[in-house]
Ligand binder design. Structure first.
Ligand code: URA
Length: 262
C-alpha cells in the first residue's frame, strides 16, 4: 500500500490524520490458530527501535487473587443494569473524586473493542470515553483503518472512573473494575480487542506487560484475540512511536480480516 497515516496535532489542540509516505512495511505475520495461545508461543512481528519508550510504570498485575469475587453479581447484567451499576459503583476509592463514571460508548454489537486506561478530565466531565485530545487522536487512528467511533466499534476503559490527576490506575482499582469490562466483553462479543496502553493490556492479559515487547504479538482473552498497542496519550508525547502504532493497527486489521468469513 505504501501509505500510512500521519497524525498531526493542529493548532488549537485537535488532531488530524493525513496520509504520508510510510517507512518500509513490516512483514505480514503468520496468524496462529484461533485458540488461546501462550504469549510466549504467539508469533511476533519485528520490534523496531529500543524498548525505552514504555512510559507507564508497572503498578502490579491484576492477578486472579486480586480480582474481585463480586464479579458474579455483574456477570448476569444486561446493558442497562450494567451501566447503572457502573454509574453507582463504590468498589474502589476512585468513586470519591469522580464527577461521574464513564461506562463506555459505541456499537454494542461491535466487532472491534478498543480498551483504554481510564477517563481523564474531559471524559469525567462529559461521561464519554476518549473525548479529549487523546480521543481526537484515537478517532484519527480509527479512521486510518477505515473505522469510526460508534460504527462496529465500541470504546471502553479499564477503569470507569477518573484517577485523580490522571495518574495510572492501581492494580487494586483495575481489579475492582475488571468485572465491568468483562461483562462488556461478554455482551459485545467482539471479534478483536485492542488494548491501548499498559494498564488495559495488563488488565486483559492478567500479566505484567511492556508495550514495546507485547506489541506485534497476538494474545487472547477468553478466546478473543487481543492486540496491544501504545495509548494515544503516549503517542501525543512520543511522536516517534506513531509508526509503530500504525504497524500495530495494520496488524489488527490483518488479524480481523483473517477472522471474518470470506
Ligand atoms: N485516556 C483513556 O485511557 N481513556 C479515556 O477515556 C480518555 C483518555
Amino acid at each position: 500500500m505504501g501509505l500510512a497515516p500521519l497524525w498531526r496535532l493542529r493548532e488549537g489542540g485537535s488532531v488530524e490524520a493525513e496520509l504520508a509516505p510510510a517507512p518500509a512495511p513490516a512483514p505480514a505475520p503468520v496468524l496462529p490458530p484461533l485458540v488461546p495461545v501462550s504469549p510466549s508461543l504467539a508469533p511476533r512481528l519485528p520490534v523496531l527501535g529500543d524498548q525505552r519508550n514504555d512510559i507507564l510504570p508497572a503498578r502490579g498485575v491484576v492477578t486472579s487473587a486480586t480480582r474481585s469475587d463480586g464479579d458474579d453479581a455483574v456477570a448476569g447484567l444486561d446493558w442497562e443494569a450494567l451501566e447503572a451499576r457502573i454509574r453507582g459503583c463504590e468498589a474502589c476509592g476512585l468513586c470519591k473524586r469522580r464527577k461521574q463514571a464513564v461506562p463506555g460508548v459505541g456499537d454494542q454489537q461491535a466487532d472491534w473493542l478498543f480498551v483504554g486506561e481510564g477517563p481523564g478530565a474531559e471524559e469525567d466531565e462529559r461521561g464519554e470515553p476518549f473525548v479529549g485530545q487523546a480521543g481526537r487522536l484515537l478517532d484519527a487512528m480509527l479512521a486510518s483503518i477505515d473505522l469510526k467511533r460508534g460504527e462496529d466499534v465500541y470504546i471502553a476503559n479499564a477503569v470507569k472512573c477518573r484517577p485523580p490527576n490522571n495518574r495510572t490506575p492501581e492494580a487494586t482499582e483495575l481489579a475492582a473494575c475488571f468485572p465491568y469490562l468483562e461483562r462488556q466483553i461478554a455482551l459485545i462479543q467482539p471479534r478483536l480487542i485492542i488494548a491501548l496502553g499498559r494498564p488495559a493490556a495488563q488488565a486483559l492479559l492478567n500479566e505484567e506487560v511492556r508495550i514495546a515487547t507485547a506489541r506485534g504479538r497476538l494474545y487472547t482473552h477468553g478466546g478473543i484475540p487481543v492486540v496491544v498497542t501504545y495509548h494515544p496519550a503516549y503517542l501525543l508525547r512520543n511522536l516517534q512511536d506513531k509508526s509503530k502504532a500504525w504497524e500495530d493497527l495494520c496488524f489488527a486489521r490483518r488479524t480481523m480480516k483473517s477472522l471474518k468469513p470470506a
